[in-house]
Ligand binder design. Structure first.
Ligand code: 97T
Length: 275
């Protein structure tokens, strides 16, 4: 038995060809991941294989019709193990954010079904009716608009598949990832280097060649703090003072980050408090 079954219903199955490549492709080849692609148009009944129609209430664009989606989801449910239901994941800019936490949550489920929409989205009744039969998660991969949900499915499946047991090298493979629960929660990974030790006149930071594992870990942590401060002030605002050792708080103060008692958050000392 595979670790996870994934069904995807789409009008562009060929858009999901990348699932045959690299990490996800290998997980499938090894039998760890069982992916089933379905063409939504196979559940249409008219000669034109119509999947969309004009929106009630007017407005631009087209909306995906409920009947093909209803029949497709019925068929997906019937295709899986008796008595089990998938978690339905619907990519949409209106959904909750797809984060590492959500990827972890979904990676623990044995069966996922994805419903990527084209056009302006799927008739709302499809989502509502599905939610009476299975868990439904509407999720967005970021604050931008795509032409359809297929690329979002690729993003989500890759983020989920690499968390499945045995898909990456070993149990420690995820520990140092940006956003990994634990020491890397709300933290971005710092820079990485490999051989040669000097390239185009640029040297690898000496500490990394020193063999002092404790000092290297501390340096990496400081680099992670600096990067997060520079690129993601929203993450800094979530940091709790208690999560840091005394040494780490010193490193933060060197970066100009001090705990603001009144605000209850770390604040750049150069940054004025808003009135
Ligand atoms: O923009 C979209 C269109 C269709 C389905 C999903 C999306 C989207 O998902 N995350 C961001 C945008």
């Amino acid at each position: 038995m595979s670790d996870m079954r994934i069904d995807v219903v789409t009008i562009f199955p060929e858009y999901l060809e990348p699932l045959n490549v690299s990490l996800v492709g290998k997980a499938r080849a090894r039998g760890q991941l069982d992916v089933h692609l379905h063409d939504l148009r196979s559940w249409t009944t008219d000669i034109h294989r119509t999947v969309d129609d004009t929106p009630y209430g007017g407005g631009p664009g087209m909306v995906m019709k409920p009947e093909p989606w209803g029949a497709a989801l019925d068929a997906v449910l019937a295709a899986g193990p008796e008595g089990e239901v998938p978690t339905l994941v619907v990519p949409t800019p209106s959904g909750r954010r797809f984060t590492q936490d959500l990827a972890q949550d979904l990676a623990a489920r044995p069966w996922l079904a994805f419903a990527p929409a084209r056009y302006e989205g799927i008739d709302r009744r499809v989502i509502e009716e599905a939610a009476t039969r299975m868990p439904v998660v509407e999720a967005s991969i970021g604050d931008y608009v795509l032409a359809g949900g297929e690329v979002a499915v690729l993003v989500m499946v890759e983020a989920i598949a690499r968390l499945l047991p045995g898909v990456l090298g070993n149990a420690e493979s995820h520990r140092d990832d940006s956003f990994a629960p634990g020491a890397m929660a709300d933290l971005l990974e710092g820079p990485v280097y490999t051989k040669p030790a000097e390239w185009r006149g640029r040297e690898v930071p000496e500490i990394l060649l020193s063999g002092h594992h404790g000092k290297i870990a501390q340096w990496r942590r400081e680099q992670a703090f600096a990067r997060t401060h520079a690129n993601r002030p929203d993450l800094v605002a979530r940091w709790q003072r208690e999560s840091f050792t005394k040494k780490e708080r010193e490193a933060l103060s060197v970066l100009g980050l001090a705990w603001d008692e009144a605000e209850g958050r770390f604040r750049s000392v150069a940054e004025p408090v808003e009135e």
